[in-house]
Write a protein that binds this ligand. Structure first.
Ligand code: ADP
Length: 607
């Protein structure tokens, strides 16, 4: 936050305003008061002197009119000197009496007696002799002070018989005034000083809470809401501080809510199994969750602000506006030769109430598995139809031949019927297998496990095959001598082993050997059935467990297989908690292995 400069602070503004106000007030009062006082004092001074003049005037007139014929009567000049001597006072520097011929009759100034008898040239005197009352304030160079000069006519019987010329020391009045002025200035300075101090205190009182609020606002901007502004009183600033604290609280709550929402949203986004991408109104990525980044194999940091069309690799087919207008979802196929990867993208625009589009949300859903299942389902249906059509067309042609007369033939008739019977049985087997698989596919497929000695169980099955075998194939048993108790569904496992052994028999050459092995490992047993038949090409070893997969379709169909046996086996072993796989050397033989969970300790307990 910017620091407030000293001269810009409220502190100094307050002090300046206060001091200026006081100064202006004092100035106005001073000018008015001193002006009035000056007038008053000058007037008082002048009135004081003027008040004494009539008596002097009267006495002078008396002296002027006196008959001076006798010798013993003092001269007019002498009498006047006496009068002036009596009249003189400290505030009067000189009084002169001039007769109507402008001759100075007397002066009160002892050092200036020389002018007595001389003609006065003073203009004021002249004018007063014509009946005018004159007075003026002068600056006197000699005394370095102001003097008041007054010329007043002496009239008798309507005639001017002389003039009184008076010089008074009015400077004393101005000295008094200056003293008063000084007192006033000192008072003003003291008042200004006190005001400045008060201004500082007042400014502090006002600025302290404001500074507190400023600090608080700075802290709030940094995300610290724990501070509180101190409330100093219940005035407007106090209430402002109260409101500020309230605001802080509300902001803190709002921020906590927003933060909570943000965290919720971010955890929702990060734990979502779908990918979510949000763009701004120009189509640039602003939010991308981990799942989306993982799906698109990009890093979240690098794709921010990248155009969404580029990120989804759609720039050639779609513009951002096209994506906004897209009502249906778009399938994004990122499959490579070895890896299937298909995403479904659903768009939704972020719109304001005004209709202004703010951005786009793209939800990515991994539909690889779904698409794969769809493809498998389609393939399965076509396989089933194909598998059913083959025996049906065979049967139709045989039945047609029979109805065309072959039935009459003693040799062909029963043979053709045998073929149709075989095909029917194969169809029943196929349908049974399909039913089995569909049961296994349903969610509530369960097995009925029971504790079985696997060695005895396995021997029984092998015995059954050995007794009923039609071909010259040797059976070799490499089975443990002791019993191995496992928890299995006997019927289901019989079905698995039957299928594996019948395959081994089917593909075994004349005089070949089928080897049966059971090996114990930690936690499981491994069962293997090896033949010396044609074998399975390496690339098909895993595929033989897929539904309807056959290495050589034509030949295996001849051998009566449905292509579902190993697929069923895989499901059954799977629910038992085991695994099944094939090993083979082409032309030399095949080994089908499967494992079953086995715990010797539990077996002991059970015994
Ligand atoms: P089928 O009913 O056709 O035998 P399976 O699921 O049992 O169906 O077997 C699938 C395919 O695996 C067979 O069609 C065959 O091509 C191959 N196969 C299975 N067992 C053997 C084996 N022991 N030797 C050679 N090929 C085999």
């Amino acid at each position: 936050m910017q620091k407030v400069g000293f001269f810009r602070s409220i502190h100094i503004k307050f002090v300046l305003i206060y001091v200026l106000l006081i100064m202006i007030a004092m100035q106005i009062i001073g000018v008015y008061f001193v002006g009035k006082l000056e007038d008053q004092l000058v007037e008082n001074f002048q009135n004081g002197i003027k008040g004494r003049l009539p008596l002097l005037e009267y006495n002078i007139k008396e002296e002027f009119n006196k008959d001076r014929a006798g010798e013993e009567i003092p001269s007019l000049e002498e009498e006047v000197r006496h009068l002036l001597y009596d009249f003189s006072a400290t505030d009067i520097s000189e009084v002169r009496i001039i007769n109507n011929r402008s001759v100075v009759i007397g002066t009160s100034e002892p050092s200036n007696q020389g002018i007595v008898g001389q003609k006065s040239t003073d203009i004021m005197v002249k004018r007063s002799l014509s009946g005018e009352h004159l007075d003026k304030i002068y600056y006197d160079e000699d005394t370095k002070g102001r003097i008041w000069v007054l010329a007043s006519p002496i009239s008798a019987n309507g005639e001017v018989i002389g003039s009184i010329f008076l010089v008074a020391k009015i400077e004393t009045v101005f000295e008094q005034l200056e003293e008063i002025n000084n007192i006033f200035i000192t008072g003003t300075v003291i008042a200004m000083f006190i005001t400045a101090l008060l201004g500082i205190l007042l400014a502090r009182m006002i600025t302290k809470p404001i500074s507190d609020m400023k600090r608080q606002a700075t802290a709030m901007a940094k995300g610290n809401f724990s501070r509180k502004v101190r409330v100093y009183g219940n005035d407007e600033i106090g209430q402002l501080a109260h409101s500020f604290n309230h605001l802080t609280k509300r902001l803190q709550e709002a921020q906590a809510t927003t933060e909570g929402e943000r965290r919720k949203l971010s955890s929702v986004l990060s734990f979502m199994t779908d990918g979510v991408i949000a763009t701004d109104r120009k189509g640039k990525v602003i939010v991308i969750n981990e799942r989306a980044a993982e799906m698109l194999n990009v890093s979240r940091e690098t794709v921010l602000l990248q155009p969404i069309t580029e990120l989804l690799d759609l720039q050639e087919e779609y513009s951002f506006e096209d994506l906004q207008a897209e009502q249906d979802s778009i399938l994004l196929d990122y499959s490579t030769r070895d890896n299937h990867f298909i995403l479904r993208a659903n768009m939704s625009i972020i719109q304001r109430e005004t209709g202004f589009v703010n951005g786009l949300i793209v939800v990515l859903h991994d539909v690889t598995e779904q698409e794969k299942l769809d493809a498998e389902r389609r393939e399965f249906v076509s396989n089933v139809s194909h598998e059913l059509r083959t025996p049906l067309t065979t049967m139709r042609s045989y039945l047609e031949a029979l109805s065309d007369g072959a039935i009459e033939d003693k040799e062909l008739g029963p043979r053709f019927l045998g073929v149709t019977q075989n095909e029917t049985e194969r169809m029943i087997r196929l349908v049974n297998d399909l039913l089995d698989l569909s049961k296994m596919d349903s969610r509530n497929f369960t097995i009925n496990p029971g504790w079985v000695d696997f060695v005895t169980f396995f021997n029984h099955i092998i015995d059954r095959f050995e007794m009923s075998k039609e071909r010259n194939v040797h059976f070799k048993r490499l089975l443990p001598k002791h019993s191995i108790f496992v928890e299995i569904d006997e019927d289901k496992l019989t079905q698995v082993i039957d299928n594996i052994i019948s395959n081994a028999l089917k593909y075994s050459p004349e005089g070949g050997t089928i080897t049966f092995r059971v090996k114990e490992f930690e936690g499981e047993i491994e069962v293997s059935i090896s033949d010396q038949g044609i074998g399975i090409p390496k690339e098909n070893l895993e595929k033989v467990f897929e539904r309807f997969y056959r290495v050589d379709r034509a030949r295996t169909r001849q051998l009566g297989g449905t292509g579902l046996g190993l697929a069923i086996a895989k499901e059954i072993i799977g629910v038992h908690g085991g695994a099944i796989w094939a090993k083979s050397q082409e032309g030399k033989g095949t080994t089908i292995c499967f494992t079953l969970p086995y715990d010797p300790v539990q077996e002991d307990d059970w015994l």
